[in-house]
Design a protein around this ligand. Structure first.
Ligand code: 6CS
Length: 336
């Protein structure tokens, strides 16, 4: 090869390497639910967008294929996975501030307000981005999965009914404090142990959004559904930060655009989902009771919120306090 041609080829290769443009890679994305549940629907939209707008391919790994939530997070931090969906319910020990999502009654139940909040919130799109980045993660998007309901073996109409109830929560210290304040005996467990735990009576209650109560057949192992309006399930999708930072600007843009596309889709997808899935539960098990607590009935849960908020600040200090205040400001803005 002539010297000039060789030099040109080296320069071209260097340019390609710098831009990262010419490689068609296979990226791996794991999440905590199945393909037809909310996280799986989001992941499929994200994949479709990436594959339609780049040469890259995305491999999806639903719940169970690579382990529990804690396992897929480890794999994402190690760079074995490029993308991971882990809910703050499992991120509490890694990023204590992420527990803010478990201060009861902080998030509204109104779907439109929530959709605006997750999309525009400074706390989420700036402050949490920095906190995730410090753990080697590029936070791409947080989104809601629906109001959580308690499912139990005995009826719940007030906090006193949770006395002596071993209540499964995600492995999150503040959620433990929350259910303590509600009067229950909180039992943190990974998701894979919940159905069996209820079946064998190791636990007698758990909480999750309505669609998940149907899809995971929680109605088979509990008899009562109670809505106290105390929380909305939040989840988060992120990329391994070294991987993300090493991408070309064009690839980063495709990922950001895919996140926006998937977000808009998932918010729309969930409209009316709680109602349709509750109807399916009632069809499968007509004797299931469904109770929406009155204001009076939920007052003890509301009262517990102040205690849990104080606990959150005790656990996270100034940084948690700042996030909490920012979230409140963002929620107020989203209410308008
Ligand atoms: O309660 C849980 O552990 C699970 N709940 C939902 C709605 N998604 C994934 C998570 O593992």
């Amino acid at each position: 090869m002539k010297m000039r041609t060789f030099a040109n080829s080296v320069a071209t290769l260097a340019l390609i390497a710098a831009s990262g443009a010419a490689t068609a890679d296979t990226w791996r994305y794991a999440f905590e639910e199945s393909l037809d549940e909310v996280q799986g629907q989001y992941a499929q939209k994200f994949k479709d967008y990436i594959e339609a707008n780049s040469d890259h391919e995305l491999q999806l790994f639903p719940f169970g294929t690579l382990g529990e939530s804690a396992d897929i997070m480890e794999q994402a931090q190690a760079g074995i996975l490029q993308f991971v969906d882990q809910s703050p319910g499992f991120t509490g020990s890694l990023i204590p501030e992420a527990q803010v999502f478990f201060v009861p009654y902080l998030l509204p139940t109104d779907q439109e307000q929530l959709a605006r909040f997750y999309r525009d919130s400074k706390a989420i799109n700036e402050d949490f981005q920095d906190l995730y980045a410090a753990q080697g993660l590029e936070l791409l998007r947080m989104f809601p999965e629906g109001e959580v309901a308690m499912t139990t073996k005995e009826p719940v109409t007030t906090c006193a009914d949770l006395d002596q109830v071993k209540f499964r929560v995600m492995t999150n210290p503040l959620l433990v404090e929350s259910y303590k304040a509600f009067g229950a005996t909180p039992t943190p467990l990974p998701w894979g142990e919940v159905y069996g735990g209820l079946q064998t009576n190791i636990i007698q209650g758990q909480e999750n959004p309505t669609f998940f109560l149907y899809s995971t057949k929680m109605y088979e192992v509990t008899d009562h559904i109670t809505y106290a309006g105390h929380n909305n399930f939040t989840t988060a999708v992120m990329a391994n930060k070294d991987f993300y930072d090493g991408l070309s600007e064009a690839d980063q843009k495709v990922i950001q655009d895919a996140s926006t596309e998937a977000y808009d889709f998932i918010v729309e997808y969930q409209k009316g989902l709680a109602e349709t899935e509750l109807a399916k539960i009632m069809e499968a098990k007509p004797e299931m009771t469904v109770t929406v607590l009155t204001e009076e009935q939920r007052s003890c849960f509301v009262d517990a919120a102040a205690e849990v908020e104080a606990k959150f600040i005790e656990m996270t200090g100034d940084s948690g306090k700042a996030i909490l205040e920012q979230m409140k400001a963002d929620l107020a803005a989203a209410a308008q």
